[in-house]
Design a protein around this ligand. Sequence first.
Ligand code: PMP
Ligand code: GLN
Length: 438
Amino acid sequence: MLPKSPQDHVTPASAAQPTADPLSPPSPWARSAAGANTFDHAAGTVLPTIYERTTAAAIAHEAVNLGQGFPDREGPEWLRQAAAQALTDPAVGPSNQYAPGLGLPVLREAVTEDHLRRTGISLDPSSEVMITTGATEAIAASILAFASPGSQVLTFEPHYDSYGSMAALAGAELVGVPLSGPEFHPDMDALEAAVTERTSMLLLNTPHNPTGTVFTEQELRRAVGIARRHGLVIMCDEVYEQLVLEADQQHRSILSISGAAEVAVAIGSAGKSFSLTGWKIGWLCGSAELVNRIRGVKQFLTFSSGPGFQWAVAQGLQDDRGFFAENAASLAAARDLLHSGLHSAGLRPNRAASGYFLLADISEATDLDDVAFCRLLAEEVGVAAIPVSSLIIQHRSDQRSADAPDPLRRLVRFAFCKRLSSLEEGIDRMVSRLPKVL
Ligand code: PMP
Ligand code: GLN
């Protein structure tokens, strides 16, 4: 029997029976896929992620790819040269053999110094920092370390896709607290109200993908208070920490909040900080105790990766040569261009305060839902974007929709981490073609 909904996939480990049919009861692979809305229920097979599917659609329809969140130009040349030198010159870089499980000491020290400079947090590089294979591995290891089978894991919706997949793989249930536009600030009362005796973790993401919301210090304090009162672990995904685009807003790391040390870990990524998403170098910071526990999983996912890339990222964190400020300024200009372009095309975008993405409300322009709209946009208009319903917990959205259509299903995510010429082309196509096809 095929699983009906991701909820059906929450099988306590004790209840799992060996079976010849990998779908009955749902196997780990099917749970993992369904948790991120990538299980094809009809075919019983796994779909690529929404990001990959959107990029494939962009290529197939020669659409401007405003879907998957990667910059369409290379990261800083000096940093790429540092990596090349690290890989080829043994007098400069590390060995090309296994890096230590916690990561190269030089990078752990650079992450420590960077945290101290920006957030005032003092970490011990020997025990409170762990280098990971992208933030993705840090997220996976944290969730697999603390989301016990049968427990609930809370997050705000929409959310990054891997949270749902990893929670489901752990045998836990992801429960979402919806963010509401146009501000998309988290409702901390609703978060606390959603805590039950089964809750094991809070998964936070600030600055937030896809809303661009930068959580305030007050919001983070509330989160730490909730975690401490209810005995929860906080995983705070901070990969957009260097990408705050508004002068009056500032990224606050969860670790800078008093009382966070016992309950929270923070995750960063060189991919986002340096526009080098393919390098897959991330890090996880927190108390020695939490880092040690997460290491229990991480060292058997990849053990370690890419010493040459780790070494180069350390050089970049030690001295970014002005890149972070320049990058944030050019992203802000790109955000402004896309914001006004989407307006001209009849959509209602938010003004994201951070990151790579704008969310556009399509409800004034069309009766189509986000999925149908994105299909039309790629096929008929020549612009690829992400339907936000792929970043929510769909069976819960179905329950919400029983009363009124879920507003999260009327949002479309557009990436502005692209060349201005790509954005201009995308905007031209939307302004001229959208009115004809809607
Ligand atoms: N978290 C969020 C919120 C993201 O948008 C991304 C994509 N960069 C990741 C985690 C994954 O990061 P990485 O590419 O370093 O694995
Ligand atoms: N973080 C990127 C995004 O949100 C995509 C990452 C990926 O493709 N896995 O679009």
